[in-house]
Ligand binder design. Structure first.
Ligand SMILES: C[S@@+](CC[C@H](N)C(=O)[O-])C[C@H]1O[C@@H](n2cnc3c(N)ncnc32)[C@H](O)[C@@H]1O
Length: 246
């Protein structure tokens, strides 16, 4: 299992820490052919890599356009990924109880009104001993980004603001602190096995630098690994990745 796109791109530096954390779960020769559900898997960037590594992958996503792109991507990559239309509130109907060894929930919890209900649904879908891979936006990084853009009042307002931010189309977006997401995951009955900060530097480095400097993407990915579990750098990360068992 490589979980590699086969290319070295700026995106690889941003996702390197998550892919490495997933290797521990999806790269175990003693556990081939796992049932993996990617909730909110979108166009399937990760799902096709997991399928190419020999696992049975189902993507559940509310967007028909995303599912169509997923189908194209899977065909191009010559892997099978099942796409089902649904969302976190219908996850149990979409895939059934105790049907997954691994649930990927990356970049989705931010858009859900009831975090606890969403995590409970994931818990029901997982088999006993199954693993949740959860990736969420971290609030402190947004505070830093606003301050660096000169939006000091907005940064100040965001410091302790746990209410979701309104977005177009009546949607909203919630960011989490490490304490908030850890508490929610634990309250839903999971035991957290690892926590990583993701994109500590990757969002700050100009893409042109990575394109022009040979080896820069690899070096940046290694730097991201090196700081991903250091308590003094995790608060700077754009995202938080947690793995947890049920
Ligand atoms: C930011 S994208 C993340 C895509 C992918 N998981 C990734 O990490 O690249 C968010 C995805 O979540 C889907 N989504 C939005 N609301 C959702 C919900 N309530 N339940 C499940 N998926 C949702 C969107 O259609 C979109 O494909």
């Amino acid at each position: 299992m490589t979980l590699s796109s086969g290319q070295s791109t700026p995106h690889d530096a941003r996702s390197a820490v998550v892919r490495e954390a997933l290797r521990a779960v999806l790269d175990d020769p003693a556990r081939p052919g796992l049932d993996v559900v990617d909730i909110g898997g979108g166009t399937g960037g990760l799902a096709v890599l997991v399928a190419a590594a020999g696992h049975r992958v189902t993507v559940v996503d509310p967007s028909p356009d995303a599912l169509a792109s997923l189908a194209r991507r899977a065909r191009e990559r010559e892997v099978v990924v099942e796409g089902r239309q649904g969302d976190l509130s219908t996850l149990l109907d979409a895939v059934g109880p105790a049907s997954a060894d691994v649930v990927l929930c990356h970049g989705v919890l931010e858009m859900v009104a009831d975090t606890g209900a969403a995590l409970a649904a994931i818990g029901e879908v997982l088999r006993p001993g199954g693993t949740l891979s959860l990736l969420v936006a971290q609030r402190s990084a947004a505070v830093i980004a606003r301050a660096m853009a000169g939006h000091f009042d907005q940064a100040r307002g965001l410091l302790d603001d746990t209410t979701p931010e309104p977005r177009s189309g009546g949607r909203s977006f919630r960011r989490f602190s490490l304490t908030e997401i850890s508490t929610a995951v634990t309250a839903a009955g999971f035991e957290i096995s690892a926590t990583h900060g993701v994109r500590v530097f990757a969002d700050l480095v100009p893409g042109s630098l990575l394109d022009l400097e040979p080896g820069a993407t690899t070096a940046l990915a290694e730097l991201e690994h090196a700081v991903s579990q250091r308590v003094d750098y995790v608060p700077l990360a754009g995202q938080l990745h947690l793995t947890a068992q049920r």
